[in-house]
Ligand binder design. Structure first.
Ligand SMILES: Cc1cc2nc3c(=O)[nH]c(=O)nc-3n(C[C@H](O)[C@H](O)[C@H](O)COP(=O)(O)O)c2cc1C
Length: 335
C-alpha cells in the first residue's frame, strides 16, 4: 500500500509518502538558496514521492518570518525553478504551500486580519478593508501563476494553523459584519475567492489542495463537523486534495502521539470526496501502511521524521519486506 502509486490529475506519485510543508527559516527576501535545494532534493532522493515546499508567502507582509520563502515577485521565480528541477531529477513531484500569515506574521508591523483581534502574544492586527481582501486574493492568483512557471506539480493553499485564511474561517478570529463574516458561507467567502483566483492560473489538469485545521480545539471555534461542511461547500472540482492538520488559531497544544490527528483525517475521508493527506507524529512503516490499508487516508505526510531521517522510506520498505528499487548509485547499500 505505502509503495503503491497514486495519480491525482496529471501528477503521478510513485508512492504514498509526502514531505509535510515545513518552514526552514533560511531564505533571504523570499528567494530559494542552496540550503533549500539540498534539503528538499535530499528528501526526493530518499524516495519521498511528493515534496511539499514550506509555507511560501504570497505577499511580503504575509511571511510568517522574514526568513520564509516568497513568491510575491517575478524575480523570485527563477530560484524556485532551480528547486523544482532538482526535486524532479530524483523522480519526486514538487508541491508548494502558498500562504499568508495574517495576524501571525512575526516580523512585520503591518499585520492584517479579518478583524482587529490579536492572536495571544502578537500585536493587534488591522481589520482588512474589502480592497485589501481583493489585493490578497490577487496575490494568491499571481503566486499561483509564478508557481506554474517555476515548474511545480501541485499547489497547496494554506488554510490552517491560524494564518489568514483560517482567521477568516474561524469565528474566534472573524468578527466581521459584512459579506466576509457571520455565517459559515460568509466566513468561507475569502477561501473560495482565493481558490477561484488560483484556478484562473493553475490549470484544472493539475491537482490543487488545501491544508485545513480540522478543529480549533475550542468550544467557540470550528469543530470537525464545521470543517466537513466547509469542505463540502467548496464548489465541486475546485480542489482535489485535503491535507488534514489541527489547531493553531489559539496557542492550545493538544496531546500528541503517533496518529493523534488520524481520527480527523478518516472522518474527512469518509464524509467528503477528496483525496485525503493525513499525518502527525507518524514514525513507523507498519503503522503507516496499516493506516492506508484501513482507508484512514490516501497519502501520509511526514514532518519531523523526515527532518531527522531523509531516507526513512528505505527503512519503511525494509520493515514491510517490500522490494523497493534503489537508485542505481545506492544499489550496493541494499541489504
Ligand atoms: C520545523 C517545522 C516547520 C513547520 N512549518 C509548517 C509550514 O510551513 N506549513 C504547515 O502547514 N505546517 C508546518 N509545520 C507542521 C508540519 O507540516 C506537520 O503538520 C507537523 O510537524 C506534524 O507532523 P509530524 O508529527 O510528522 O512532524 C511545521 C512543522 C515543523 C516541525
Amino acid at each position: 500500500m505505502l509503495f503503491s502509486p497514486l495519480k491525482i490529475k496529471d501528477m503521478e506519485l510513485k508512492n504514498r509518502l509526502v514531505l509535510a510543508p515545513m518552514c526552514m527559516y533560511s531564505a533571504k527576501e523570499g528567494f530559494v538558496n542552496d540550503f533549500h535545494i539540498i534539503h528538499y532534493a535530499a528528501r526526493a532522493l530518499g524516495q519521498i514521492a511528493l515534496i511539499i515546499v514550506e509555507a511560501t508567502a504570497v505577499l511580503e507582509n504575509g511571511q510568517i518570518t522574514k526568513n520564509d520563502l516568497g513568491l510575491w515577485n517575478d524575480e523570485q521565480i527563477k530560484s524556485f525553478r532551480w528547486l523544482t528541477k532538482r526535486i524532479k531529477l530524483f523522480e519526486g513531484k514538487a508541491g508548494i504551500q502558498l500562504a499568508h500569515a495574517g495576524r501571525k506574521a512575526k516580523d512585520t508591523k503591518d499585520l492584517f486580519a479579518p478583524s482587529s483581534v490579536s492572536h495571544e502574544g502578537y500585536q493587534t492586527p488591522k481589520a482588512m478593508t474589502t480592497e485589501e481582501i481583493e489585493t490578497v486574493v490577487l496575490a494568491f492568483q499571481e503566486a499561483a501563476k509564478r508557481a506554474l512557471l517555476a515548474g511545480f506539480d501541485f499547489i497547496e493553499i494554506h488554510a490552517a494553523h491560524g494564518y489568514l485564511i483560517h482567521e477568516f474561517l474561524s469565528p474566534l478570529s472573524n468578527k466581521r459584519e459584512d459579506q466576509y463574516g457571520g455565517s459559515l458561507e460568509n466566513r468561507m467567502r475569502f477561501l473560495i475567492e482565493v481558490l477561484k483566483a488560483v484556478r484562473e492560473e493553475w490549470p484544472f489538469t493539475k491537482p490543487l489542495g488545501i491544508r485545513i485545521s480540522a478543529t480549533d480545539y475550542d468550544h467557540h471555534g470550528l469543530a470537525l463537523k464545521d470543517v466537513i461542511e466547509i469542505l463540502n461547500l467548496i464548489p465541486e472540482g475546485l480542489i482535489d486534495v485535503v491535507n488534514v492538520s489541527t489547531g493553531g488559531i489559539t496557542n492550545y497544544q493538544p496531546a500528541s502521539y503517533p496518529g493523534y490527528q488520524m481520527s480527523y483525517a478518516n472522518k474527512i475521508k469518509a464524509n467528503t470526496n477528496y483525496i485525503v493527506l493525513g499525518g502527525g507524529l507518524i514514525k513507523d512503516g507498519v503503522y503507516a501502511n496499516d493506516l492506508l490499508k484501513a482507508a484512514e487516508c490516501d497519502l501520509i505526510y511526514f514532518g519531523r521524521l523526515a527532518l531527522r531521517e531523509p531516507s526513512f522510506p528505505l527503512r519503511f520498505a525494509k520493515q514491510l519486506n517490500y522490494d523497493l528499487p534503489y537508485l542505481k548509485q545506492y544499489e550496493r547499500a541494499k541489504e
